[in-house]
Design a protein around this ligand. Structure first.
Ligand code: PHE
Length: 345
């Protein structure tokens, strides 16, 4: 009887050393057979009852040796398989291959230019004010001293919301002026970037949506000279330390007096001739002293306070600075176009 058990141990030892564990499946089968919860070695331990007393010690050693042999075989095979898999993986990496290009996103040229403008004004104490794009007639036009019969109110120019003459897509960021002035008392020093809409035919030079940055400064004794100095600072930060500006008289319903500001671009090449129409000067923005009617409309005392305002388009400046020749490129989001601004902030 006990001889059978000794024989069984011998056979299993033989089996352990003969078994080929070529793959993970065979390894798992081996583990279940020899080391799993219902393994084959366990019941053999129980057989000690049937072993003659003088052989019990020998029996114990043999079964333990069997168990250890199974464990040792399993561990060494498992390690071998893991290192073989690792080797195979590193062998499949071809270090001589050219790297694949990782495409990272880029800022949109409109954002690049807008952020630059905001940065320039933030450095001299302006803070950003943002407002709604769907406005009411009062904030966009009436408060801004734009009379009922003004052509800008025409359906041809303004997008009104369906079945409404009250609600519209703002036509300029000047609507932020009335929003801020009706909710804050001076001193006010804000810069308002944002998108505006006008019912214009889309072409290489104009679009029905575009971006503006508005500036508004209201305090006691603010003068035209303050505005001129601020705008000269802006032009030089934006276009270079030697940039010259000129202010030409103009008209806006919400400023009096009003002006348009040009920067001197030069006539250094054919392109400069074309974009400045042979004058060397480029129009950048509209500006002026806030009309006292506007202050009154917004419940700010015009006898105590005065201020200046300016508004500029972003698209044209982005096109100048980045040599973009068609405004539509800025709204199509063609990745081949946008990719070129990778790394520009
Ligand atoms: N809102 C004017 C425009 O859209 C620009 C402007 C703003 C002019 C502020 C003067 C003062 O053309």
């Amino acid at each position: 009887m006990s001889a059978d058990v000794f024989q069984q141990i011998e056979d299993l030892l033989q089996e352990i050393s003969n078994t080929q564990l070529g793959d993970a499946e065979a390894l798992e089968a081996f583990r279940i057979r020899f080391l799993g919860s219902k393994n084959i070695v366990k019941p053999i331990f129980g057989q000690i009852r049937n072993v003659e007393n003088e052989r019990k010690k020998e029996f114990g050693q043999k079964v333990n040796a069997l168990k250890q042999a199974a464990e040792a075989k399993f561990q060494s095979e498992q390690q071998q398989m893991a290192s073989a898999a690792k080797k195979e993986k590193s062998a499949s990496i071809d270090l001589s291959l050219p790297p694949t290009e990782e495409f990272t996103g880029s800022r949109h040229p409109i954002s690049i230019v807008m952020n630059r403008i905001i940065g320039i004004f933030e450095r001299i104490g302006f803070t950003v004010a943002e407002e709604r794009e769907i406005e009411d007639d009062w904030h966009n036009f009436t408060a801004m001293n734009t009379p009922d019969d003004h052509p800008a109110r025409d359906m041809q120019d303004t997008f009104y919301l369906k079945n409404s003459v009250e609600r519209l897509l703002r036509t300029h960021t000047s609507s932020v002026q009335s929003r801020v002035m009706t909710s804050t008392q001076p001193p006010i020093r804000i810069i308002a970037p944002g998108r505006v809409y006008r019912n214009e035919t889309i072409s290489a030079r104009s679009h029905c949506q575009f971006h503006q940055v508005e500036g508004l400064f209201i305090d006691e004794k603010v003068s035209f000279a303050d505005m001129k100095q601020t705008l000269l600072y802006f032009a030089r930060e934006m276009y270079g330390a030697k940039t010259d500006i000129r202010l030409r008289p103009s008209y806006f319903p919400f400023t009096e007096p009003s002006a348009e500001m040009d920067v001197y671009w030069g006539l250094q090449d054919e392109n400069a001739y074309r974009i400045t129409k042979g004058t060397g000067w480029l129009e950048i923005l509209g500006c002026g002293m806030v009309d006292p009617n506007v202050l009154e409309n917004c419940k700010i005392d015009p006898d105590k306070y005065s201020g200046y305002a300016f508004g500029m388009g972003i698209e044209r400046q982005a096109m100048l600075l980045h040599r973009i020749n068609d405004i539509r490129l800025l709204f199509e989001n063609d990745v081949r176009f946008l990719k070129q601004f990778n790394g520009v902030v």
